[in-house]
Design a protein. Structure first.
Ligand code: CU
Length: 544
């Protein structure tokens, strides 16, 4: 059911207020009820209408045992037809929660999912139809799968799930969405308010010497988080699906949309600390942590100091050499096409080229923007007021085209949307994100890959610079299996972990090894919601 008006509902009167997130310990073979419905939620000074699972944002945290099953009965009382995708779970195809594997639940409809939890770690659930709207509105929640092996993870005093998100609030309202198509298609919708566990400000208390496990999940449409914490020690222990090959002390972790990171934190100093999101230009406070002068029991500080290598992942590394040497079986290009308005110029007039996303960047040559890598387009005749203080000049013909290496160094992550108005105008009609099979030339839904259960497939992901808008893409594969990152730009991955999403940086080539385990029709797509919704996806089949 599509809403008939030109906007989704925003009225908060009469809606229940969003409730605190609850955590549920679920027995094997149990049942759980999940209801999608609107809530009124306070974001700073604003009271806004959002969508929630069981009345809270994030939705309930489900704690289940590895190897167990759970039946989830979902009722959709939201704004549009929907599905629930169980992100990272290797389960039966018909419960994957896409419009390809089930009939979407209409508003007022329901669907029963049977979930299986093969792998320990942290997973999450979210919509798979108009994700750019429904997930942004608050539909996401975590699943923690408790390992069967008692020493799968290091010992901790406590565990916390933390979702990292952002939302765009303008004049006390959530910036409008179009019910008929996604907007902000170029860069994805960045928010201007960060939400940690659904809240603009989060605070928690820890004890001196306490070791706390943080299960971090990036639920943002497009923002990449770089998480750090001064005044405590952080140990990276896990990723998307389970533990790393080598536990490692870290200063910060990068988390792209839909990725998970498992961090153990030792609070070895008392006082007030800030969990931060750090960009090259500024830091954002994610949470305030007060470490009390009260000793944690049992004391795990000395155990925290040791770093383990995990034998199951070391065994995976031992099997990798043939795949590292082999040519990829499949090569997938990540490409953007943009319809760019080119102004009429007087005949013979010299032109200035400017970046459509960063108009302050201009050049006499059709170069690439050093900020985002986009091709500069003819802007206006020289002599008109083109702000050119950032213009880069070129002297010799050897400089006409920047080399891939130059561009790779010049452009990186888009930490912010510094062109909100331009980005807002982009839709699937004027901006097309594509996945192209470089072996056959097939694009998107015409890609016809077929694998068998038991296959190990080397796939090369190429984030092509020769694209109208090169930028990093978090590439996600549904539950056909899980994958290892073999290498990035030819550099062998030094620490293995099972993944379902990998960030492919601008201009980068990433080789992955997909371990195919589950039959069915499975999707793979960019997890920037607006990219996925405007064509950056395809499906592949796995035969039993
Ligand atoms: Cu993308």
């Amino acid at each position: 059911m599509k809403p008939s008006s030109d906007h989704f509902p925003t009225e908060t009167a009469g809606l229940p207020t969003a409730q605190p997130v609850e955590s549920f310990q679920l027995d094997p073979g149990g049942h759980f009820d999940l209801r999608i419905a609107p809530v009124a939620k306070r974001l700073g000074n604003a009271m806004v209408r959002m969508l929630a699972y069981n009345g809270s944002i994030p939705g309930p945290t489900l704690r289940v045992r590895q190897g167990s099953e759970l039946v989830v009965n979902v009722v959709n009382d939201g704004d549009l037809e929907g599905t629930v995708h169980w992100h990272g779970l290797r389960l039966e195809n018909r419960y994957d929660g896409t419009a390809e594997t089930q009939r979407p639940m209409p508003v007022g409809g329901r669907f029963t999912y049977r979930l299986t939890f093969r792998d320990p770690g942290v997973y999450w659930y979210h919509p798979h139809i108009r994700e750019d709207y429904a997930q942004e509105m608050g539909l996401y929640g975590n699943i923690v799968v408790v390992p069967s092996e008692p020493d799968y993870w290091p010992a901790v005093n406590r565990e916390l799930t933390v979702t990292l998100d952002d939302i765009l609030v303008e004049d006390g309202r959530i910036a409008p969405f179009s019910p008929s198509h996604p907007t902000y298609t170029a860069m994805g919708r960045f928010g201007n308010v960060l939400l940690v566990n659904g809240e603009p400000e989060l605070a928690f208390v820890a004890r001196h010497g306490e070791v706390v496990r943080l299960y971090l999940t990036n639920t943002a449409n497009t923002r990449i988080f770089n998480v750090g914490l001064r005044g405590a020690r952080m140990k990276l222990v896990g990723g998307d699906s389970g533990h790393y090959e080598h536990e490692a002390f870290v200063d910060g972790v990068l988390i792209a949309p839909s990725e998970r990171v498992v961090l153990d934190v030792l609070f070895d100093q008392t006082g007030q600390l800030t969990l931060e999101h750090r960009t090259p230009n500024r830091s954002y406070a994610l949470a305030t942590i007060t470490v009390r002068d009260e000793l944690a029991q049992p004391s795990l500080a000395s155990q925290f100091g040791s770093l383990r290598t995990l034998s199951d992942m070391a065994a995976e590394r031992a099997r990798l050499s043939t795949y590292l040497e082999a040519e990829p079986e499949k090569t997938l290009a990540l490409v953007a096409e943009m319809d760019l308005a080119e102004p009429q110029l007087p005949p013979g007039a010299p032109v200035v080229y400017a970046c459509p996303m960063h108009p302050e960047v201009s050049s006499q040559q059709p170069d690439r923007c050093p900020k985002c890598g986009m091709k500069l387009v003819p802007a206006q005749p020289v002599g008109d007021a083109v702000p050119n203080e950032h213009a880069h000049s070129h002297s010799g013909p050897e400089n006409d085209e920047p080399t891939g290496e130059d561009v790779r160094h010049a452009i990186g992550i888009e930490w912010e949307d510094d062109m909100v108005e331009m980005n807002r105008m982009t839709t699937p009609a004027n901006m097309r994100w594509k996945l192209i099979d470089r072996g056959t030339g097939a694009e998107g839904m015409s890609i016809d890959w077929r694998f068998r259960v038991g296959d190990r497939v080397k796939i090369r992901l190429v984030n092509e610079m020769d694209s109208d808008h090169p930028m990093p893409h978090p590439f996600h594969v549904h539950g056909a299996g899980r994958f290892l990152i073999l290498c990035r730009d030819g550099v062998v991955e030094s620490n293995l972990v099972w993944k379902d999403t990998v960030l492919v940086s601008t201009g980068q080539t990433v080789d992955i090894l997909l371990d195919v385990t589950n039959p069915g029709l499975w999707m793979a797509h960019c997890h920037i919601a607006e990219h996925h919704e405007s064509g950056m996806m395809f499906s592949f089949r796995v035969d039993p």
